[in-house]
Design a protein around this ligand. Structure first.
Ligand code: PXP
Length: 256
């Protein structure tokens, strides 16, 4: 009985959290210039449906989530707030004012369509150390977006990051033809993160097809940050069912 309880406790503790990226909701709202869909309501509803956190990526051109959205979201969210972005001065001013639970640093250029690679944590070490120090001084957890590379994960640890977020697009792309080959470099990078004492996040192109396999093979993932596929699925399934389905995938390993 005691052993069972311990196993249950460990498995609950290790469950990957789901942070819903609501950028696409803002894109839809901005298409007509009004407030439909209402970003704050969608964020609150996602929390109500079981999301463990909300992610936004305010870009300099404000083409989806705006600076004002970030300030408003901070007031109403009851789960973890994660803000992604390139650490420009305006971005750092925004996040140190808002003080989300976590900032995920991405190496995007201002006009980039979407994040498509992780940091070179060796080349950018001094820059990242300075930025992460600023985040820590504001009481914010720092996660660094990296490719599935042991060297880049170790580099992030040298920058004093708290977590890495593995860029999972290559995993998602290769998953369908060959899941084992797709996951292999991610397991290796995830093991390196664990050895360095880093927390572990994952994101980009995760979906109902590939998420469970990822979480089952890397059960120490702390958080998956998911937007595009989740919003697309919500068009057919509805947001409530969609969030619940993604949560089930995140919990896959704890049932086994
Ligand atoms: N993580 C990072 C760093 C991102 O830039 C994005 C896209 O905004 C995501 C995760 C979510 O990716 P997707 O929208 O493909 O789920």
């Amino acid at each position: 009985m005691l052993a069972k309880l311990i196993i249950r406790f460990v498995s609950i503790k290790q469950m990957a959290k789901l942070s819903v990226n609501i950028n696409k909701i803002a894109t839809l709202r901005n298409a007509r210039g009004g407030n439909n869909p209402n970003l704050l309501k969608v964020a609150s509803d996602c929390e109500k449906f079981g999301a463990d956190g909300i992610t936004v990526h305010p870009r300099p051109d404000e083409r989806h989530v705006r600076r004002t959205d970030v300030l408003e979201l901070k007031k109403i969210l009851t789960t973890e707030f994660n803000i992604e972005g390139y650490p420009s001065r305006p971005f750092m001013e925004l996040v140190t004012e808002v003080k989300p639970a976590q900032v995920t640093l991405v190496p995007d250029s201002p006009d980039q369509l979407t994040s498509n690679h992780g940091w070179d944590t060796v080349e950018n070490r001094d820059f990242l150390i300075g930025i992460i120090k600023e985040l820590h001084n504001a009481g914010i957890r720092a996660s660094v977006f990296v490719d599935a590379s042991v060297e880049m994960v170790r580099g992030a640890a040298m920058c004093m990051a708290d977590r890495v977020e593995l860029y999972t697009e290559p995993y998602a792309r290769m998953y369908s033809p060959d899941p084992d080959a797709a996951i292999a470099p991610f397991i290796e990078a995830a093991q390196a993160a664990r050895q360095c004492g880093l927390g572990l996040n994952a994101g980009h192109d995760l979906s109902l097809d590939n998420l469970e396999f990822l979480c089952r093979n890397i059960p120490w993932i702390d958080e998956c940050s998911i937007g595009h596929a989740l919003v697309c699925d919500a068009l057919y399934l509805g947001m409530e069912k969609t969030v619940r389905e993604y949560k089930k995938c995140c919990q896959a390993h704890s049932d086994k």
